[in-house]
Design a protein around this ligand. Structure first.
Ligand code: C2E
Ligand code: MG
Ligand code: MG
Ligand code: MG
Length: 283
């Protein structure tokens, strides 16, 4: 199953194998409890227009309030949940919660915000996923135009044709798809040609190094230009400094996301944000 694993795999943790498996057995069991006992919460991080700073959408990011260990990072438990299949019920919970919370949130605002939800490859290509999405939209009342699904290139691992069909069906309903962490997977530009996606999200490993690495800058510029020619928007993830903000804006990147504007936050805090976010490194 190694080929399925992304960047944040257990292999990377460096400790010995037995320790790993003990830890993951515990975590797996605890994930099960967490699902039953509702220990998850969604945080939301704004994405802003690169020119005006106006909030365009938010990304839902799951948080686990572990009763003993405190906040556990999704970088730690999502890969495990993917290995055990628990990502399926967890992912459904996330999708429903995000749609429900944003339907309510938008009901109290003049201008609606779109919400982007991360979908694991496993979840995306699983039978019945589209029906789940359509049902959840109906049940929560969120307009399909206000939902965006973020998938990574790893979704293509078992075949491109099927994925294209799924994306077309989503698009037909007005639901958008974004390619997340672009540039970190086995990006093949020919895939990009065929995928009906609305957006590519440049991974922060690129975004944060354009100023110092000319080759990375060239890739970033190339992706932006290419995406625009394919009528896709480009998001830069992980904007932390004004220098990065200015650099990406100068390269005509459309949308920026990062700590410079806002960290992921609970819904209650999102409600207090102004429409236009000042760039103020709140580090
Ligand atoms: P992602 O989808 O690429 O999300 C962006 C990650 O970058 C988030 O980490 C966010 O907090 C972080 N980030 C945002 N701005 C900055 C910045 O300026 N600097 C730095 N250093 N980091 C920034 P987070 O919330 O820890 O999530 C990590 C990953 O876990 C996500 O990466 C996504 O792949 C996964 N994930 C999170 N929530 C979900 C979920 O509900 N379902 C699934 N399947 N995966 C999720
Ligand atoms: Mg994402
Ligand atoms: Mg990303
Ligand atoms: Mg990422």
């Amino acid at each position: 199953r190694a080929k399925r694993q992304g960047r944040n795999t257990w292999q990377w943790y460096g400790a010995d194998k037995a320790e790993h498996s003990r830890h993951s057995v515990t975590l797996r069991h605890e994930l099960h409890t967490a699902l039953k006992e509702n220990q998850f919460e969604l945080y939301y991080q704004p994405l802003v227009d690169a020119v005006t700073g106006r909030m365009r959408s938010v990304e839902a990011l799951v948080r686990w309030h572990h009763p003993v260990r405190g906040m556990v990072s999704p970088a730690e438990f999502i890969p495990l949940a993917e290995q055990t299949g628990q990502i399926v019920p967890l992912g459904l919970w996330v999708l429903r919660q995000a749609c429900q919370e944003m339907a309510e949130f938008n009901g109290r605002r003049e201008r609606s915000l779109r919400v982007a939800v991360n979908i694991s490859s496993l979840q995306f290509i699983r039978d019945g996923f589209l029906d789940d999405v359509f049902r959840i939209l109906e049940e929560t009342g969120l307009s399909p135009q206000l939902l965006e699904l973020e998938v990574t290139e790893s979704v293509l691992i078992d075949g491109v044709e099927h994925v294209i069909k799924l994306m077309e069906a989503l698009k037909d309903r007005g639901i958008r798809v974004a390619l997340d962490d672009f540039g970190t997977g086995f990006s093949s530009l020919s895939y990009l040609r065929d995928l009906p996606t609305h957006k590519v999200k440049l991974d922060r490993s690129f975004v944060q190094n354009t100023a110092t690495d000319r080759r990375i800058a060239a890739i970033v510029q190339g992706v932006i230009t290419m995406a625009h020619h394919m009528d896709m928007m480009v998001v830069a993830e992980g904007i932390e400094t004004r220098e990065q903000q200015e650099d990406l804006a100068r390269r005509h990147c459309d949308i920026l996301q990062g700590y410079l504007f806002a960290r992921p936050m609970p819904l209650a805090e999102l409600c207090l944000l102004p429409e236009i976010l000042p760039a103020n490194s709140n580090e």
